[in-house]
Design a protein around this ligand. Structure first.
Ligand SMILES: Cc1cc2nc3c(=O)[nH]c(=O)nc-3n(C[C@H](O)[C@H](O)[C@H](O)COP(=O)(O)O)c2cc1C
Length: 176
């Protein structure tokens, strides 16, 4: 059976992006799904001096291995001041010190959501521009605006947005 991993670019316990990633993952059929939480990866703030003195933390290797061994990726990015959250950028930076091509061309559904009307579109655009340099293979992207209104009881309640997500999930499914 194919395997997918789903995670949010967030360390919030109530992460709305983790909720969205988990929902999207539940729509992928006939796969073994692992939902990851960045809180379970212990990574100091990246710094060159830290790397020189202590090396690369084992949890950066551990996350990279998860990316390497999966067949597909569902990632929903939290947007902080128009960009990646610190916790995601930190993980990204640490992993890039081990392997630049850290997404291994694995089919990826890339998403973002936020409480506001742009639904994390700024960070989504940044990631869409950057990930290909790291062998990111974004088969589809999706942004969910107004999370509080559009997502209830673990699913998207707006029919048009839900249909859009399901189409995006289908593209991922067909790429696995
Ligand atoms: C420091 C900070 C900056 C933020 N900047 C943005 C932003 O630029 N755009 C946006 O839509 N939401 C912004 N937000 C609100 C986040 O979208 C919101 O906290 C969301 O819940 C984050 O996703 P998460 O729950 O998955 O962590 C910001 C929140 C914080 C704490």
């Amino acid at each position: 059976m194919k395997k997918i991993i789903a995670f949010a670019g967030s360390n919030s316990k109530q992460s709305i992006n983790k909720q969205l990633a988990t929902y999207a993952a539940s729509l992928v059929e006939n796969v073994e799904t692992t939902v990851l939480d960045l809180n379970d990866f212990d990574l100091p703030l990246y710094g060159m001096d830290h790397e020189n003195e202590h090396g690369i933390p084992k949890d950066a290797h551990r996350f990279l291995e998860m990316l390497k061994s999966t067949d597909g990726i569902i990632l929903s990015l939290a947007e902080h001041n128009g960009a990646y959250s610190v916790v995601f950028k930190n993980l990204f930076d640490w992993m890039s010190r081990i392997e630049g091509k850290l997404f291994f061309k694995k089919p990826m559904l890339l998403m973002a959501t936020s409480p506001g009307g742009r639904g994390g579109l700024s960070v989504l655009e940044i990631a869409k521009g950057r990930f290909p340099f790291h062998d990111g293979n974004i088969v589809e992207s999706f942004s969910l605006p107004f999370f509080g209104e559009n997502f209830k009881e673990n699913k998207i309640v707006d029919n048009a947005l839900d249909a859009q997500l399901k189409e995006a999930v289908n593209k991922l499914q067909n790429s696995l």
